[in-house]
Design a protein around this ligand. Sequence first.
Ligand SMILES: [Zn+2]
Length: 503
Amino acid sequence: MHWADAFIQKIEGPQVISTGISPSGPIHVGNMREILTGDIVFRAARSKGLPVKFIFLSDDIDPLRKVYPFLDESFREHVGKPLYEIPSPKGEGTYADHFMAPFRDSLEKLHIQVEILRSSQLYESGKFYEVIKTAIAEKDRIARILREVSGRELEENWFPYSPKCSSCGKINQATATSFTDPYVSYNCKCGHSGKSDIRKGEGKLPWRVEWPAKWHLLGVTIESFGKDHGSAGGAYDSGKRIVEEVFGTPAPSYLIYERILLKGEGAMHSSTGIVIESSEALRFMPPESLRFLIARNSPLRHIEFDPKDFYLNFMDDYEKYFNAYFKKDTVSDPDLDAVVRYSSLEKPVGPIEPSYRHLVTLVQIYPDEKKLLHGLSLGGYAAKNIAGEMGDRIALVKYWLDNYAPESIKFSLLPRGTEVKLETAEQDILKEFLSQAESLNWTAQSIHDSVRSISLKDGGEPMTAFRAFYRVLIGKDRGPRLGFFLSEMDKKWVIDRLGECLS
Ligand SMILES: [Zn+2]
């Protein structure tokens, strides 16, 4: 059974699925596991017929922790201020908006229908008022839970509310001194003393208290989160006790997900800059394939994502699933149907033809779009026009070629007239091929078979034969699968080009 169906099988009644991210930096493919895991469980709950709501909380009241590598020094003065009160690193708007905007676009492209809430608004509108009061009243009990669960001592003057200093604007510098409803008095490290109104977003709960407060406030019943929060003594353990013992509501069920690693670089983390932003990934990945990355793998499996050398293998795999769903291929995975449904934007669309790998070859043979249409028709694909869905797929492929493709994949056809030096054995192979070419059925399979049998005839290696073609056509020793490659090109053009190199 698919992991999302297996999870939801044990769940009954109305559900609120929650996810959240602090928009402190680029929202990347690693973060997408959080939201997509939630989305897939949301769909599973819906298909089971459970009344279900899906929310995403942007933790935009969180302070900026440091000057990240992607920020310039002018941000030093903003460290400690809430993200929604810091100017955008670029252009109009706030810091939080800057990183949320491309993420919202990604949600749309991925067809993730989630209600986006902002923590700053929950605080400013007074929604947190009652829970903050409860937290302050139960300060000692919360402190004891945190100590017991985490095994760590809290600061001596620990208080379950961090006031925002009205002078320096920072939300992690002031120490609370007393509470007289609705004001928390504080002394700030900047020298300012003042009062923070807990109804108006003039401060926040510490993260370990805010999380269970949010569950309580929003009625969260299911949440997915990374394993750092789920470890023993971690934030989920303390949150569970706080929400049950202090706020009096049950803790949500949960799914823990493993990280997504960027091949050769390690875990994606916006603070280190080792990331591919979700919006960037969607410039070369069809949205269904990004959904597939998450839908296919159990959350407990870590994913190594490789946008470069092995990316085409990933795309082959993704297309194989969709094509198998439409009976054009086979995949031995009992969850095939569920994986494809959860990877689809709405209903599954397929089969996927031509393949991404194939388009990678085609767009390099035909950099000109009109000729590309011709090339598509040679391959038997009815590419109605480049403007529509095919155009979107071509744009993804071109972006990948320009930005991520390894050199071994890239080529351009040598112009007619380019001289190429060939060994005698190579010349013989090409001559033999030319003698058969006219009568040859110009399909990938028959071209491949013909070249292979020519090369084997004198005890030669197929690689030598293939190399001869690549040298003449693209000036390299390796290239795309030869049968497909030649069949995508105009037969006469290929024959003329081979002929001119032999003369
Ligand atoms: Zn201050």
